[in-house]
Design a protein around this ligand. Structure first.
Ligand code: AMP
Ligand code: GLY
Length: 424
C-alpha cells in the first residue's frame, strides 16, 4: 500500500516508524516530515490546500491511504476534500471528517455533546461578546480557580486558569471584547475547576467498534515539578500507575462507549483516533477535552508498545471491520524524554547542529523538530527537537535508560526535564 502521512512532529515520526514495519507497506511519503521521517520514507513538501497540486500528487504516486497526524487539517476538512472528489474518493483516510473533528475543534460543541450524552466533565457555561455581562456575573458566582477556554483551536494556548477574580474578569474581557484569540475566541467557556491527576486515553475506531490503546501521561509544563509555562509536551510515560483496571472499566463504560454511541446517534461518522484527555477525581474519570488525533508526545511512548501491525489495523478501520482484529501490547513501560531548544516555549534559536545521534543504543529516537542541511548534518528546527524513548520493566528503569542515552545527544541550548514520572 502507498501511504501519505501528514505532519512533521514526533508523533508522525513514530507513526512512520511503526507503519514501516508492516509487510503491507509499499511506498511511504511524509508531508512535510522531518530529518527523522526522511530516513524511513520520502519527505514531500506539499500543501494540501493547493487542491489541484495535492490531487495530482495523490494520483501520480497512486496513494491509497492518507494518514492525518495533526488537528488542523482534520478540523479544516482535509478528509472531506478527499471524499468530495470522485477521483480521490477511493483513498482511505485515517482521521475524522470536519464535522466529527468538531470534538476537538469546538469546545462548545464537545461540551454540549458530553452534556447530552451524560459523559462526566466539568460544569460550564459559554459566552459571546453579547453576553459578557452575564459571563462576569457567572465568574463572580463561582469559586476560584477560574478556568477560561476559547472555543476554537488555539495551538494549546486557549486555556487560561487564574486564581484571582479580577484577573479572570480582565482575561475574559480580553478574550471576548478585544478578540485576543481572533475567531477561535468568539465563544468563551467558563468552567468549574477540577482537582485531580490527568492522563491520556486513546482509541482507534471505525465508527462501529473500537480498540483501546494503552494510556499515557504527558508532562506539559517546561519546569521541574510541573512548574512554568505550558509546552507542547516535555515527555510521556505509558502505562500510568494510577490507571488500574477498575478505573479503566469506568473510562470505557462512562466515557468511551457513551461517546461512540453519541456519535452514532448524531449520525456522525468517525474514522481514526479519539484522544480522551482525562482527569481522575476521587477515583472517577472526567473528560477535560477530546482530541481527534493521537497525542504528542504520548504517541512516542504508546505506539512503540503496540505489537500489532498498525497498517493492518488502519486497513481494517478504513473498511469498517476493525471488530475482526485483536490488538496486542508490550507489558513493558515506555518512557519518552523530550529534548527541547533553550528558551522554548518562548523564543529560541534554530539551526543548531545535533551531534551524538549515531551513539544512541537501546533507545528509539523520534525527531520532533529537525531538518537536514546539504552536508547531511541534522539541525534543530523546532522548540521540541527529539524524543528519546526507552523500555523498561518499571517506569524507573525505562526513564533511567532514556536519561542515560539523552546525555549523548548534543546541541547548543539543549534542555530537558529530569523529573518525569515524579507523580505516578
Ligand atoms: P485543554 O486544552 O482543555 O486540555 O486544557 C489544557 C489544560 O488545562 C489541561 O490539560 C488541564 O491541565 C487544564 N484544565 C483544563 N480544564 C480544566 C478544568 N476544568 N479543571 C482543571 N484543569 C483544567
Ligand atoms: N499531549 C497533548 C496533545 O497532544 O494535545
Amino acid at each position: 500500500m502507498n501511504i501519505l502521512l501528514i505532519g512533521s512532529g514526533g508523533r508522525e515520526h513514530t507513526l512512520a516508524w511503526k507503519l514501516n514495519k508492516s509487510p503491507k507497506l509499499n511506498k511511504l511519503f511524509i508531508s512535510p516530515g522531518n530529518a527523522g521521517t526522511a530516513t524511513i520514507g520520502t519527505n514531500i513538501f506539499i500543501n494540501w490546500k493547493d487542491i489541484d497540486i495535492f490531487k495530482k500528487f495523490l494520483l501520480s504516486e497512486k496513494i491509497e491511504m492518507l494518514v492525518i497526524g495533526s488537528e488542523d487539517p482534520l478540523v479544516e476538512g482535509l478528509h472531506d476534500q478527499i471524499v468530495a472528489d470522485k477521483e480521490t474518493q477511493h483513498i482511505a483516510v485515517i482521521g475524522p471528517k470536519k464535522q466529527a473533528a468538531q470534538l476537538e475543534g469546538s469546545k462548545d460543541f464537545s461540551k454540549k455533546f458530553m452534556l447530552k450524552y451524560g459523559i462526566p466533565t466539568a460544569n460550564y457555561k459559554s459566552f459571546t461578546k453579547d453576553t459578557i455581562d452575564q459571563g462576569i456575573k457567572f465568574l463572580e458566582d463561582i469559586k476560584s480557580p477560574y478556568v477560561l477556554k476559547v472555543d476554537g483551536l488555539a495551538a494549546g494556548k486557549g486555556v487560561v486558569i487564574l486564581d484571582n477574580l479580577d484577573a479572570a474578569i480582565t482575561e475574559f474581557k480580553a478574550m471576548l471584547q478585544d478578540e485576543k484569540f481572533g475567531d477561535a475566541g468568539k465563544t468563551v467557556l467558563v468552567e468549574e475547576f477540577l482537582s485531580g491527576i490527568e492522563c491520556s486515553v486513546f482509541v482507534l475506531t471505525d465508527g462501529i467498534s473500537y480498540k483501546l490503546l494503552p494510556e499515557a501521561k504527558d508532562y506539559k509544563r517546561i519546569g521541574e515539578g510541573d512548574t512554568g509555562l505550558n509546552t507542547g509536551g516535555m515527555g510521556s510515560i505509558s502505562p500510568v500507575g494510577f490507571v488500574d483496571d477498575a478505573f479503566m472499566k469506568k473510562v470505557e463504560s462512562r466515557i468511551i462507549e457513551p461517546t461512540l454511541n453519541g456519535l452514532k446517534n448524531e449520525k456522525i461518522d468517525y474514522t481514526g483516533f479519539i484522544f480522551f484527555g482525562l482527569i481522575k477525581v476521587n477515583g472517577n474519570p472526567f473528560v477535560i477535552e477530546y482530541n481527534a488525533r493521537l497525542g504528542d508526545p504520548e504517541t512516542e511512548s504508546v505506539i512503540p508498545r503496540l505489537e500489532t501491525d498498525l497498517l493492518d489495523l488502519f486497513i481494517a478501520t478504513s473498511e469498517k471491520r476493525l471488530s475482526e482484529k485483536t490488538v496486542q501490547f508490550s507489558n513493558k513501560t515506555a518512557a519518552s524524554v523530550m529534548l527541547v531548544s533553550g528558551g522554548y516555549p518562548e523564543s529560541y534559536e534554530k539551526n543548531k547542529v545535533i551531534g551524538g545521534l549515531d551513539l544512541i543504543d537501546d533507545c528509539l529516537v523520534f525527531h520532533a523538530g529537525t531538518t537536514q542541511n546539504k552536508q547531511g548534518e541534522v539541525l534543530t528546527k523546532g522548540g521540541r527537537v527529539l524524543a528519546i524513548t526507552a523500555f523498561g520493566n518499571t517506569k524507573d528503569e525505562a526513564l533511567s535508560k532514556a536519561y542515560k542515552e539523552s546525555k549523548k545527544i548534543k546541541f547548543d541550548g539543549k534542555y530537558l526535564r529530569t523529573d518525569l514520572g515524579f507523580d505516578i
